[in-house]
Design a protein around this ligand. Structure first.
Ligand SMILES: *Cc1c(COP(=O)(O)O)cnc(C)c1O
Length: 430
């Protein structure tokens, strides 16, 4: 399926074809909101945002910044092409730490020396959950449980099951409603003296539920356990204060709101107090104390280097720098403010245009409990999604019957949001 607008049509999203004159109120409101949006100019910094294509999937794969095209070209010609193997010594060996620190500073509230760019989210979660379980279980053999919720992202749940099988641990499941997420009461009921580690998503991938990460972290700590936060759906969209909220460990995607490109490597955060006490299970030469000593046995490096395994994916970590630069210019607080306005507008449009067609909002209505996307549910949404993709309106689909509207604050306009929701309304079977 095409994910590119392709033909340049000379109309703004929603300006032509879709309006029928009866909803001028919404069109006028969308243009008012766009005109008053202090971040509106950022949209022009993205490839493809000038076409009428409606992109509702920046929470799965963000659009590329225009600056990235130049950055990648320059990298191939000058750095890779010009410096060749010397590039490692001159710059690349330090990039996982330098860009990691920038993610820490710009997107997750982490002081330097605690964040790296590493492997995929899945692999980094595996390394950190297992390291945390092993340390906790060694310190107190009664701690045999890993706690995770039934609606966490599949990779998180599958990893926990796998680690439990490897280490003889038990999985303790938290049940959650599909239109909400893990709250304090549910978590408090699941943790105790047998808990080693808890794995939680800051923003639920399905409903968009935004947890109170500071409070939940305290609940885990009060039970004597460690928490691994999955920040995939919050980094770059919702403010995170890893240090101030007392996080132990966290992992997050860079190809969602950080626009790092398909399969760009994830970041891992390990609070300084834990770093030298944790042993991760994929012992490779890049995590060793002296990388080029090539010694007879593995000795982990001090600090964050020990969480690396093999050769860092340098090409994959280039693009995210352009979005980090934009977030620094915009500020994560302003991004969150626009995100709340976009999701609030989407919910109001859904109430007006979609509720009469039997569509329900399956995300929190309270902005304080909502991340950057909204899920709309209707039994026909799988077919609706396929029909929309064919007409360059691109949400994504999550069972059961959930159409996800991801609203990436730097690249999405209110007019685009309205145009896309009108297209959803037109595609609902009646
Ligand atoms: C997108 C996402 C992942 C993806 O993990 P990968 O290893 O990059 O495939 C994991 N967890 C959550 C919560 C996600 O939203």
């Amino acid at each position: 399926m095409s994910t590119d607008g392709g033909t340049p049509r000379d109309t703004a999203p929603g300006a032509a074809g879709r309006g029928d004159g009866r909803h001028d109120g919404l069109e006028a409101e969308a243009s008012r909101l766009d005109a008053a949006d202090p971040l509106r100019a950022f949209r022009d910094e993205f490839v493809g945002a000038q076409t009428p294509l409606v992109y509702f999937d920046g929470n799965s794969l963000g659009r590329p910044p225009k600056a990235t095209a130049e950055r990648l070209d320059r990298f191939v010609r000058e750095e890779w092409g010009g410096r060749l193997i010397r590039g490692w010594d001159e710059a690349w060996m330090e990039l996982p730490f330098a860009i990691g620190d920038r993610v820490g500073r710009t997107a997750i509230g982490a002081a330097a020396g605690q964040t790296i760019i590493g492997d995929s989210t899945t692999v980094l979660l595996y390394k950190l959950i297992r390291a945390a379980f092993d340390a906790q279980h060694a310190a107190d053999p009664a701690r045999v449980e890993i706690v995770v919720d039934r609606d966490n992202f599949p990779t998180d749940r599958y990893l926990v099951e796998g680690i439990a099988a490897e280490r003889g641990a038990r999985v303790r499941w938290i049940d959650v409603a599909l239109d909400a997420g893990v709250d304090a009461a549910a978590l408090a009921g699941a943790v105790g003296p047998e808990t080693a580690v808890v794995v939680l998503s800051h923003v639920a991938y399905r409903s968009g539920y935004l947890t109170d990460a500071a409070s939940l972290t305290r609940i885990v700590h009060d039970a004597g356990a460690l928490v691994v936060w999955d920040l995939c759906h919050s980094a770059g969209s919702v403010p995170v204060e890893a240090d101030a909220w007392g996080f132990d460990l966290a992992v997050g995607c860079t190809y969602k709101y950080l626009n790092g490109g398909p399969g760009s490597p994830a970041f891992a955060y390990v609070a300084e107090r834990h770093q030298n006490a944790l042993a991760q299970p994929i012992q490779g030469w890049m995590g060793a104390a002296d990388v080029f000593a090539m010694g007879p046995e593995y000795r982990p490096a001090a600090g964050m280097r020990r969480f690396l395994s093999g050769t860092p994916p340098i090409v994959g970590m280039l693009a995210m720098q352009d979005t980090l630069e934009m977030i620094e210019r915009a500020s994560i607080e302003a991004i969150r403010e626009k995100s709340v306005a976009l999701t609030g507008f989407a919910i109001r449009v859904a109430d007006e245009l979609l509720a009469p067609l039997g569509v329900e909002v399956a995300s929190p209505r309270d902005a304080a409990e909502r991340g950057g996307h909204v899920t709309l549910s209707h039994p026909g949404m799988r077919a609706v999604t396929a029909a929309l993709w064919a007409q360059d309106v691109i949400p994504d689909y999550r069972d059961p019957g959930g159409l996800r509207i991801g609203l990436s604050p730097l690249s999405t306009s209110f007019a685009e949001t309205l145009a896309g929701l009108r297209a959803v309304a037109a595609a609902i079977p009646r």
